[in-house]
Design a protein around this ligand. Structure first.
Ligand SMILES: [Zn+2]
Length: 292
């Protein structure tokens, strides 16, 4: 288990307020947006898999609930590595397979579980159709959190402290997991409805363009956002390629960092996160429409 298993578990299972996981709110918003863009056939199939009525509201509520199952069960299933990919600041897109040994990374798992939903052969019979659906929904959300697609020997920003804490975020990863999303709104249903209005204002061609690409394309795009809007913006030093098991093994330049992040950064990054949520929702819908 490389990264952060303990940290993710502590964030996503034991935190008193679930809104501070990436994104309990974010995952739910992505699922809700996707449901609004499903074909009738895909929605019916999802309703059957989730065992709810085939109405837009019932499927939306059920898929939003299902969207966080992968975080809630990752300790017992030992699948923590599936939620991210450690692409270094020195990597380029062709390095994705190198950083995804044995398909233990988010974009590979999206492909494998989407294939499971299509009944294309063959995936570990350990996972049911319901599990495959819940993983696809969750991992598409995860790869749109830019710090799930990068490593600077810092466990995706977990090893850089933020002092004073922002909201309750005490490290950089938590700023992107929770603080920025929370600045957009705590209520996933209201936030999804707000973003849906932005999508409605787009032409069908623009929506189609956003939904294009494959999980590797989306991962690389998120990685580039992390490079520009996190590592370059905050002037973090580029570290040698290293994948520490925990922050205590990270380079001193990382562990000695104490970032002061003010509301100006949150305000500037909020539109980036809004865009990531919209993209994830439309892309998830396309993937499900094609797979189901
Ligand atoms: Zn996750």
């Amino acid at each position: 288990m490389r990264r952060l298993f303990a940290l993710f578990v502590s964030c996503c299972v034991f935190m008193p307020s679930p809104a501070y996981c990436w994104w309990e709110t974010g995952h739910q918003v992505v699922a809700r947006i996707a449901v609004a863009h499903l074909t009738p056939a895909a929605r019916s199939r999802i309703a059957r898999v989730l065992n709810v009525l085939d109405t837009s509201q019932a499927v939306e509520d059920a898929l939003a609930k299902a969207a966080t199952w992968a975080d809630e069960t990752k300790a017992e299933t030992g699948t923590g590595n599936w939620h991210f990919i450690d692409l270094t600041l020195q990597d380029d897109k062709s390095d994705i397979p190198l950083r995804c040994q044995d398909d233990n990374c988010a974009p590979a798992r999206i492909r494998l579980f989407a294939a499971r939903l299509s009944s294309k052969p063959p995936l570990d019979s350990r996972w049911s159709e319901l599990d495959a659906l819940r993983y696809v929904v969750h991992f598409v959300g995860d790869i749109h959190q830019p710090l799930h697609d990068i490593s600077d020997a810092d466990l995706g920003g977990n090893c850089e402290r933020v002092n004073p804490p922002l909201d309750t975020a005490k490290n950089l990863h938590a700023v992107w997991d929770g603080a920025i999303v929370n600045a957009l709104g705590h209520n996933d249903k209201a936030l999804a409805a707000e973003l849906e209005k932005e999508i409605d204002a787009m032409t069908p061609e623009a929506q189609h363009a956003v939904a294009a690409g494959d999980p590797d394309d989306w991962t690389w795009e998120s990685h580039q956002i992390a490079v520009k809007d996190v590592y370059q913006y905050l002037h973090l030093p580029t570290e040698p390629i290293l994948f520490p098991a925990g922050c205590k093994d990270a380079p001193v330049a990382i562990t000695s960092t104490e970032l002061q992040i003010g509301n100006a950064y949150i305000d500037e990054m909020a539109p980036v996160v809004r865009q990531q949520l919209v993209k994830a929702g439309l892309r998830l819908a396309r993937l499900l429409n094609e797979s189901l």
